[in-house]
Design a protein. Structure first.
Length: 558
């Protein structure tokens, strides 16, 4: 048991202990809780980054770490597993959490009780869902993160949040019921809930029980598709995300990725090419569900008027793209989808944070155009001095200074729009280009394939282009309304904690644009390991419990 194996459990224990400590402190020590929350979140991100570099630097066979919390071997005990995919999701969650928390420190963390404790419990559930290797434990962590998200969604009160929150709670309780039913059916057929053990048991299921197996897997997938925001199970997402406070909505940008992660993990484990008669079960359903979601979200974004709804609909565009991509079961395409996941998540998180600041600028009080006595300006003042040109508002073109706040908001909005649209040369374009390239070259660039692109593949290529065009039209319209429409309003007051996380997120996207090759190589390695799950299965089932003191004494005796 190495130090890195022991470190696997820390992303779960750290937020758990932090949340417990903040609950003990109560509401009287809010400044201390604010610092403690930020310190714990940054430390969790540092641990996740350390684990990712450890996974990257190991060989393909040694890059899977296993921790047994109860010191019982799988499949009898709970196992936490770290591989390429889970390490990537841990780091992405940590980045988004730190940025959302920095933004909340400006004012949102004081809008209600127990924000910081709920925030840490949410992180615990997210980290646990990405690390667990057991279906029952996955259900537990799902419920932990959902319970915290209920409180966070209602944070700040308001009729819109309460209404959307009730719908959110109802649909997720229904999804949790489906989760339990599907897991129970799988357990009844295979006798296990360990993901690695399920991968071994599914090919051995008798033909008479295979229909029950597929029914249980389909019901379980329905629960994950609800959480991933796939049509027609996503009617709750846009009202909930657009009604939440800005830092909560930014944190929720990773929530739909939990459902995507669960589908990707279980589908590549349980229904891989080694699953016998159940190989690639449900792949066509994943493709078509993703394509329909992508088409409807792209069409809906054209009608969006508020920036928050546009950001929520962009999450659905991302969800549809990812689900359709993994349904093809091609490692190169899955690797491109994972790169797209990282870029889109960071950009959408930044857009949710920017949306509040931009809407704040619209609600600022108007500056009166008349003099102090209420009389209009004299007529001669409308004539420009010699050599000075006036704009449409009769103001001198030269000498007008753009306030730094409006310049920041405008440039930030342009960057987010270009990333989400997929305009070159930013990382959003690289993600979409890698998907399209993988569709035409499923074996990799330079390797010829005898099979032509299928109709579903052509549809995905067309929708990737059309969804970008729809986002371009919608973003352009909103940008004109928010920044180019002539209105005399004072510049909004921005705090440094509100600007810093947006700069960090957009800076990371810019870094991905300049240095995309290391992440693309990492995501391709991740996809290759997912398509060959033998290493994962052997690592989980081959990990032995740590012997206790009595056992070690017995071993050294002659």
């Amino acid at each position: 048991m190495t130090l890195m194996n022991q470190l696997i459990v820390m992303p779960i224990l750290l937020p758990l202990l932090t949340a417990a400590l903040m609950l003990l402190l109560g509401e009287k020590h809010r400044p201390l809780k604010r610092r403690l929350n930020l310190f714990s979140s940054v430390l969790g991100l540092a641990i996740a980054t350390t684990l990712l570099f450890w996974v990257r630097d190991q060989g393909q066979a040694e890059s899977i770490g296993v921790y047994l919390p109860g010191n019982w071997p799988a499949p009898f005990g709970i196992a936490l597993v770290l591989d390429h995919l889970s390490a990537l999701m841990l780091v992405l969650t940590g980045i988004i959490a730190v940025c959302a928390l920095l933004f909340a420190r400006a004012r949102w963390d004081s809008a209600g009780a127990s924000f910081h404790a709920l925030f840490q419990i949410q992180l615990m559930g997210l980290y646990g869902a990405f690390l667990t290797a057991d279906l029952f434990n996955l259900f537990v962590f799902f419920e932990v993160l959902l319970a915290a998200s209920y409180g966070l969604l209602l944070h700040g009160s308001g009729r819109a949040r309460v209404k959307a929150g009730l719908h959110y709670i109802a649909i997720n309780l229904f999804a949790s019921t489906l989760f339990l039913i599907g897991a129970a059916m799988l357990y009844g057929v295979t006798g296990t809930l360990s993901m690695a053990d399920l991968a071994l048991k599914i090919p051995l299921v008798p033909e008479a029980d295979r229909g029950l197996l597929h029914a249980g897997a389909a019901i379980l997938a329905m629960a994950f598709l609800v959480k991933a925001g796939i049509w027609p199970l996503n009617f709750w997402l846009v009202p909930a995300y657009s009604s939440a406070s800005a830092p909560v909505a930014a944190l929720f940008a990773i929530m739909t990725k939990v459902g995507f992660y669960a589908v990707l993990r279980l589908w590549t484990l349980l229904f891989s090419s080694q699953a016998g008669a159940s190989a690639f079960f449900g792949s066509q359903w994943l493709i078509y569900a993703g394509l329909i979601t992508l088409a409807i979200a792209a069409f809906s974004i054209l009608a969006a008027q508020r920036l928050e709804r546009m950001a929520a609909l962009s999450i659905l565009v991302s969800a549809g793209t990812l689900m359709a991509a993994i349904g093809f079961g091609q490692p190169v395409l899955t690797g491109g989808a994972l790169f797209y996941l990282v870029s889109s998540s960071l950009a959408l998180c930044a857009l949710f944070l920017l949306a509040e600041l931009i809407e704040r600028s619209r609600s600022a009080n108007e500056v009166p155009l008349d003099d102090d006595d209420g009389m209009p300006p004299p007529l001669e003042s409308l004539h420009p001095p010699k050599g000075i040109n006036l704009d449409d508002e009769q103001k001198a073109v030269i000498g007008q200074v753009i306030p730094w706040t409006m310049a920041f908001l405008g440039l930030g909005f342009i960057a987010c729009a270009l990333l989400i649209i997929g305009m070159p040369p930013l990382s959003g374009f690289i993600g979409k280009l890698s998907l399209i390239s993988a569709l035409f070259n499923p074996l990799g660039l330079g390797v010829a394939t005898a099979e032509p692109l299928s109709a579903a593949g052509w549809t995905l290529v067309a929708l990737l282009v059309l969804s970008g065009l729809a986002s371009l039209i919608a973003m352009g319209r909103v940008g004109i309304q928010r920044f180019w429409k002539p209105e005399e309003r004072p510049s909004p007051v921005l705090r440094r904690y509100e600007c810093l996380p947006i700069v960090i997120l957009l800076g990371l996207c810019l870094a991905l644009s300049v240095k995309a090759e290391p992440l693309l190589r990492y995501t391709q390695d991740t996809a290759a390991s997912l398509q060959t799950p033998d290493s994962y299965i052997e690592a989980v089932l081959g990990t032995r419990p740590v012997p206790g003191p009595a056992s070690r004494d017995t071993e050294v005796q002659p």
